[in-house]
Design a protein around this ligand. Sequence first.
Ligand code: FNR
Length: 181
Amino acid sequence: MKIVAIVGSLRKGSYNLQLARTIQERYKDKFELEVADIRSLPYFDQDEENNPSNAVIDYKKKVSQADGVLIITPEYNWSIPGVLKNALDWLSRVDKVMIGKPVMITGVTPGMLGTIRAQLHLREILASPGIQAKLLPPAANEVVINAAGQKFDEATGRLTDEPTLQFVDGAVDRFISFIRH
Ligand code: FNR
């Protein structure tokens, strides 16, 4: 099984990227996780959508061929970061590779509310006509990781908080069954 991760932070030390790396390693026997390169994507430009750059072509191909997409994002100003919106806008046009694609949402913040507002906003975006993703139902699957400073190991850059890892284990297993059925 192949899953593409779209990480909404470009920061080197990003907690959300650290979650992606944790998931990549922890479930490597269950699926292959590739982190999409959204840094190389140009700003979405409707004039370019039928003749996009190689970065866009490669990115859309990866998403199109994946069995599922995992979105791992911080919250910026009560919504999703612009880089993530840009990456989703590219996917929403021409061949519309997200239609029916299984998607799981996760997010990490050093703050208290665990990216909840961004995730609610993201759900709306993913339901839009050009995207129409097949979202893992939120009940019991809302991976909203707060207080990241206490849950990630500074030296290894990995999620190490055991109760959080167990919760992620359950949500990931449900995502795998969701993709299969
Ligand atoms: C933030 N942050 C933030 N946090 C939050 O819980 N709600 C918010 O609305 C915002 N807004 C916001 C805007 C901008 C421009 C920045 C840079 C930051 C804090 C954010 O959660 C924190 O920086 C995370 O560490 C970002 O995620 P990464 O880069 O660690 O993955």
